[in-house]
Ligand binder design. Structure first.
Ligand code: ADP
Ligand code: DP6
Ligand code: CO
Length: 357
């Protein structure tokens, strides 16, 4: 008996220009383009195994060992349906000898090796891994861009995790969503000097999911309109150029400004959404002071913080400064005895630091 099974893994990506707002909630079409860095280490990954079998009575999915409901018309359902459609069109309709896997139900099992729904982009790595695993299972001869169109319909940010390095999600203009996909701006090898430091302030599931939070922002924030019309288009150009030119000062300034504005539109939402906490704000103050000293010493900016929809910090920095920043974070947020055990160091306020070194 042949077993039809495939495993794939995908890393998270952390946006420098944030996606926050949908113009079409069903197709997941964004109100603005966005740009991120895909983390290439093994600390923050989703790993997903899919199996197709004629004996399965319905599609099922387990996330971190717990079964999730696949609701008809929901995101998981849509991604699975789209992948089965591609299997039929790209493989089965072209060669009658191929097994009709598109007619079998699937069982899918996924694990995240980091906190789920805590503002560390688990939906991004999760849906990218789901689509990749089904693409392997179905032996699809399709590009990462095509897969990004499907991952986008699971979670918007997931379309960017199908590429490594520096990735843009162009918002597109076609109402069908056919041009709302991710593109690699530059591979990581273009600027290998950029590293990310992940500061886990809290493992807790966030109070407001990204999906419901951004919808409320679209409905109630007047600042969002200014952001998507005036600010983001300009920033996309500026940061893309900074990446091409390996200009860390500009990259850092734009990244921090965009994180600040994203949290400002969250605050401008009715009722307001607070994703940052006191420890997050203290890390911002530390990075600001570190950069002030860098400029004073003629070294320029040396670190860029950014926060997704949660309190956990990601700090982008050049390799030469990562060790010092890690030491500073650990010094200012001293480790709590026995609170966490982690290979990369720990700090108080309920946090640990994971270094990409
Ligand atoms: P995050 O900041 O972690 O991306 P979100 O609120 O955007 O948080 O999304 C969290 C949701 O994404 C989870 O509740 C789950 O539905 C989905 N998700 C997370 N990880 C996976 C995975 N590995 N496979 C499928 N879906 C996942
Ligand atoms: C703050 O992609 O998680 O991380 O499309 O509703 O699943 P849905 O939302 P999601 O939103 C991510 C928001 C963000 C910014 C970003 O990753 O660009
Ligand atoms: Co998410």
């Amino acid at each position: 008996m042949t077993v039809y099974q495939a495993t794939a893994s995908a890393p998270v990506n952390i946006a420098c220009i944030k996606y926050w707002g949908k113009r079409d909630t069903k197709l997941i079409l964004p109100t603005n383009s966005s740009l991120s860095v895909t983390l290439d280490q093994d600390h923050l990954r989703s790993t997903t195994t899919s199996r197709a079998d004629p004996s399965f009575t319905h599609d099922r999915l387990w996330l971190n060992g717990k079964e999730e409901e696949i609701k008809e018309g929901g995101r998981l359902w849509t991604c699975i349906r789209e992948m089965k459609r591609l299997r039929k069109e790209e493989v089965e309709d072209k060669s009658s000898s191929e097994p009709k896997l598109s007619t079998y139900n699937v069982h899918i099992c996924s694990h995240n090796n980091f906190p789920t729904a805590a503002g560390l982009a688990s939906s991004a790595s999760g849906f990218a891994a789901l689509v990749s695993s089904l693409s392997h299972l179905y032996s699809l001869p399709v590009s990462s861009s095509t897969l990004s169109l499907i991952a986008r319909q699971g979670s918007g940010s997931a379309c960017r995790s199908l590429f490594g390095g520096f990735v843009a999600w162009q918002m597109g203009s076609n109402p069908s969503g056919s041009d709302s996909l991710a593109l690699q701006i530059a591979p990581q090898s273009h600027w290998p000097d950029i590293h990310a430091l992940i500061c886990i302030v809290s493992d807790d599931k966030k109070g407001t999911s990204s999906t419901s939070g951004m919808q409320r922002t679209v409905e109630t924030s007047s600042l969002l309109h200014h952001r998507i019309k005036t600010v983001v288009p300009h920033r996309m150009e500026t940061i893309s150029k900074a990446i091409q030119e390996k200009d860390f000062d500009t990259f850092a300034k734009v990244t921090m400004a965009d994180s600040n504005q994203f949290h400002a539109v969250a605050l401008d939402t009715e009722p307001p959404i607070f994703y940052l906490n006191d420890v997050s704000r203290a890390i911002i103050a530390l990075v600001v002071e570190y950069n002030r000293l860098g400029v004073e010493e003629g070294k320029g900016y040396r670190a860029a913080y950014t926060y997704d929809a949660g309190p956990n910090a990601v700090i982008y920095a050049k390799k030469e400064n990562v060790k010092e920043i890690l030491e500073l974070v650990v010094e200012y947020f001293p480790q709590r005895e026995g609170a966490f055990k982690d290979a990369f160091g720990l700090f108080g306020g309920g946090g640990k630091v994971v270094g990409k070194l």
